[in-house]
Structures are given as structure tokens and as C-alpha cells.
Design a protein. Structure first.
Length: 504
């Protein structure tokens, strides 16, 4: 199929640009959040909703977005997602209060849920040759992993030298260029459509179940784990998602065909990647506040402080992941990659007031970037490899779902752990802080102690990610260029979709 589309490499540029915009947005707002919070009068208790409103809509609707991409065609879904995301970004930049900001963020999530799976599934159906697939997913993996860190730098520059509102407006030129290029260049293979009727019960159950799950973790941050509504959300999520799986096993045209989910390699990717993102996203937020609030960094300096992680991501994804993917079993890239990232996370537990950036944060970010870049690249490719063309959109959506839900859970879960540790530290040391200066110092020490405690949890989560990758992912790199398009051996059968990552 790739032989008939000579413009696929040009198409990759615009797909990558759109993906960069979505990933940037996930972190660029973190840097701008302290300024936006103050400007719009958002309380400390509600500031997390600027992040969570986006994550709820994005994570809850991703499966639906992936199925729409399979139904409409990925190119059309990609273009609609781009235009809608840009329009929602303009609303966010023009926000005059908390309600408008949260509404705009939710709307960004809705269109992001259409755009992200369409982008990844376009790659899955356009690049089917082994060597080309490795290169294409190497570039995509570097952007998916490193783009978030680029957001910190861009967010710092825009917030400090212009205004936090430009962290939203900057999406518009990205969207215009990507949409114009995609319209003229992308030519989607016609046989990849899935024209089965939409599974409405599946859409409702999956969306409500994922929203309840993310909201449960978010609620726990402010109300505690024993709060009645928190527990109710977790119970509701379990019931709804259980009913969703039962429904998908019975309906004729499921939203998420279980053949996509139950193949052990893809299942291992979704689970290990989701857990790794839980660890990463929570840590991004802690490190941002540690550098700005505790260490007194400016937004720009904070952004540039993340630069080593970008370098590590790019090297890990394009120089290690992409080069070895066709020679080494994916588990031997993903498992060690997560463990290297865990070592970087371990270094961050040594953060302290007045601590050295070059001795602690710099090597930690380098290791985090290198490890996650190496792991992301084969994960992105393996998660969509071997699926039938009609399932490419929903398989892509599962990758994004594991990341987005993981990000939302990570922010809420690790924030809750950090807040509890901070409160406990203040309680146990309050007697010694008798002057205003001592109380201010105690507050800063308590924050750092909270960050370190939560980061220890992140280390453990990354180790579990590595263990899952080693245990579940058993496919080998093989010779030959089997297509992931349904014309390789066994791909057309619903009960046989296991194709290993291809090699030379």
C-alpha cells in the first residue's frame, strides 16, 4: 500500500505537526497555570480542573474518536479535529473567567479525542513496510514523548515575554499549517474504512466509565480516598467498564473489538504505557512547581530546565528505539527503557531547598528522557501493528486512552500523595516554627518532602511498567516486511491478529 502513495513522507510531516500540537498542549498549560490562575481568580482547589477538564474529555471520548475515524475516514476526522482544536484554543486564550477557561479546555479535549487516534491510525495504514515503519514511528515516538517537554520551554517563553494567553493562541498556526498540508497531501487507503453501524451502548458505557474513573482520582485529591462520592465514582467506573466489556463481546459491530485488546502484546503495551505516563505526568507538575515556587525559577528558566529531557527523548526514540526496533525484541527496549527512566525518577527524590540543578535535576531529566524515548518508540508501533485496517483507528485510540487516562490519574493520584505528605510534615514540625521566617521555610520544606514522597511512588510505578513489558510482550523482531494492513498471513482473520514488529 505504501508503494502506491509516494507522498506518505510529506504526509508524515503534517501528521507529526498535529501530534506535536496536541502533546505540547498537555504541558504548555502547566507552565502558564500559575499566571492564568492569578489572572482569572481560580482558587488553589480548582486550579487542577484546568488540567483535568481536558483530560476527562480527552480520555473519556478517545475510543469514540477512534471509531469515528474508522467510520468517517481518518483524513476527514483528522481535519475536523484540527479545526475544532484550534477554535477551542482561541476560546481558551480569550477566557475572561474560570467557567470559560474550563469550558474551552473540555472542548479542546473533545476535538483532541478525534484528532489523536486519526493521526496515529493514518501512520498505521500508510506505513506498512518494516524499515519505513520503524523510521516513521521513530519520528512519531520522539514527538509523542519529547513534545511535552518542548511545551515547557515554549510555555515559559510565551508566559514570561508575552502573556499566558499565547500558550493557547499558539495552537492556531500549528493547526492551519497541519490542516492545509494534510488536505493536499494525505491520501488515505480506501479499503481501510469500517462502515459498520456505530455501537451507541458501547460509546455511552466506555465514555461514562472512563470519566467516572478519572473523576474518582481527581475527587480523591481534594476530598480524600474515603469520601463517599470518591468511592462511588470508582464503583460506578468498575460497573460501567465491566458492562462495556460484556457488551463488546456480544454486539455485532463493537466500538472496541476485543480482538484488539486481548492480544497479549498490545494489551501489554496499553497497560505498561498507561502506568509509565501516570509516573511521568505527576512528576512534570511537581518539578514545575519545585523549580518555580521553591527554587524561584522564572517560567522561561523552568522551561529551559526541561531541555535535557527533550534531548534524551530524541536520542532514545530515533537513535536507540528506531535503530534497534528491527533487530531487538520490543520487550528488550521497553523494559530497560522504563527502568532507566525509573533511575532518573529515583534521582528526583533527592530534591531539596537550594539543591543543585546540575547534580540532581539535570542527570535525572536526561535519564528520564532517554529511558522513555527508548520505550515509547517500539510501544507506539507495536500498539497498532498487526491490526486489521478497519480496527486501526480504535487500536490507535487505545494507545492514546492509556496515555491520557494515565496522565489524568497520575496528576490526581500523585498530587494526593504529595499533599498528604506535605500536611503530615507540617503537622509534625509545626512546634519548631515560631517565627514568620521559620514558618515560610517549613512550608517550603514540607512541599519538597511531599514532592519527594510522591516521586518515590512514581519510581515504583515505572518498575511495575518494566515488569509488565517483560512479562506480557513476547513478540520478536523478525525478518521480512509483512504488512499491517490485513494482507499478511492471518491478518484478515478475526481470531488471528498477532503479528510481530517487523524487521529488515
Amino acid at each position: 500500500m505504501s508503494e502506491t502513495d509516494p507522498r506518505r513522507w510529506k504526509a508524515l510531516i503534517f501528521i507529526a505537526l498535529a501530534q506535536l500540537m496536541v502533546v505540547l498542549d498537555a504541558t504548555i498549560v502547566n507552565i502558564a497555570l500559575p499566571s492564568a490562575q492569578q489572572d482569572l481568580g481560580i482558587s488553589d482547589g480548582n486550579r487542577q480542573w484546568v488540567i483535568t477538564a481536558y483530560a476527562l474529555a480527552f480520555g473519556g471520548l478517545l475510543l469514540f474518536g477512534g471509531r469515528i475515524a474508522d467510520l468517517w475516514g481518518r483524513k476527514r476526522a483528522f481535519l475536523v479535529g484540527l479545526v475544532g482544536f484550534a477554535a477551542a484554543s482561541v476560546l481558551g486564550g480569550a477566557a475572561n473567567g474560570e467557567a470559560m477557561m474550563l469550558g474551552a479546555r473540555a472542548l479542546q479535549g473533545v476535538f483532541g479525542a478525534l484528532l489523536a487516534p486519526a493521526a496515529l491510525s493514518l501512520l498505521a495504514v500508510m506505513f506498512t513496510d518494516g524499515k519505513e515503519r520503524a523510521k516513521a514511528f521513530g519520528i512519531y515516538g520522539a514527538i509523542a514523548g519529547g513534545g511535552g517537554a518542548v511545551g515547557f520551554i515554549l510555555g515559559g517563553l510565551l508566559t514570561e515575554y508575552m502573556d499566558w494567553r499565547w500558550t493557547f493562541f499558539v495552537n492556531v498556526p500549528f493547526a492551519i499549517v497541519a490542516a492545509a498540508g494534510a488536505y493536499f497531501v494525505i491520501r488515505e487507503p480506501a479499503e481501510g474504512r469500517n462502515r459498520s453501524p456505530l455501537d451507541i451502548p458501547g460509546v455511552l458505557l466506555s465514555t461514562l466509565g472512563l470519566v467516572a474513573l478519572v473523576y474518582g482520582f481527581t475527587r480523591a485529591e481534594s476530598a480524600g480516598w474515603t469520601d463517599g462520592l470518591t468511592i462511588g465514582m470508582f464503583v460506578a467506573s468498575a460497573v460501567l467498564l465491566g458492562a462495556f466489556l460484556v457488551t463488546e463481546a456480544k454486539v455485532k459491530a463493537p466500538l472496541l473489538p476485543l480482538r484488539v485488546l486481548t492480544e497479549r502484546n498490545r494489551g501489554g503495551v496499553y497497560l505498561s504505557l498507561g502506568l509509565a505516563v501516570i509516573a511521568m505526568f505527576g512528576t512534570f507538575l511537581f518539578l514545575t512547581y519545585y523549580l518555580q515556587i521553591v527554587q524561584g525559577y522564572s517560567p522561561v528558566k523552568t522551561g529551559f530546565a526541561f531541555l535535557p529531557m527533550i534531548a534524551g527523548m530524541i536520542v532514545g526514540s530515533t537513535q536507540i528505539g528506531a535503530r534497534l526496533m528491527t533487530r531487538v525484541a520490543p520487550r528488550l527496549l521497553m523494559g530497560p527503557g522504563f527502568l532507566v527512566a525509573a533511575v532518573g525518577m529515583l534521582l528526583l527524590t533527592q530534591m531539596e531547598i537550594g539543591g543543585s540543578y546540575s547534580a540532581v535535576v539535570l542527570p535525572a531529566l536526561l535519564l528520564l528522557g532517554l529511558g522513555m524515548g527508548t520505550a515509547f518508540m517500539p510501544a507506539m508501533s507495536l500498539a497498532t501493528h498487526g491490526v486489521e485496517p478497519r480496527d486501526a483507528g480504535v487500536a490507535s485510540a487505545m494507545v492514546n486512552t492509556s496515555q491520557q487516562v494515565g496522565g489524568a490519574i497520575g496528576t490526581a493520584l500523585l498530587n494526593t500523595i504529595a499533599a498528604s505528605a506535605t500536611t503530615a510534615y507540617i503537622t509534625s514540625h509545626a512546634a519548631g516554627a515560631t517565627t514568620p521566617a521559620a514558618q515560610k521555610l517549613l512550608q517550603a520544606q514540607a512541599q519538597v518532602d511531599g514532592y519527594a514522597t510522591a516521586t518515590w511512588w512514581a519510581v515504583g510505578i515505572l518498575v511495575i511498567s518494566a515488569a509488565i513489558a517483560f512479562a506480557f510482550i513476547n513478540t520478536d523482531a523478525q525478518g521480512g516486511a509483512q504488512a499491517a494492513s490485513g494482507d499478511g498471513e492471518g491478518v484478515g482473520k478475526e481470531d488471528e491478529v498477532r503479528i510481530p514488529v517487523v524487521a529488515h
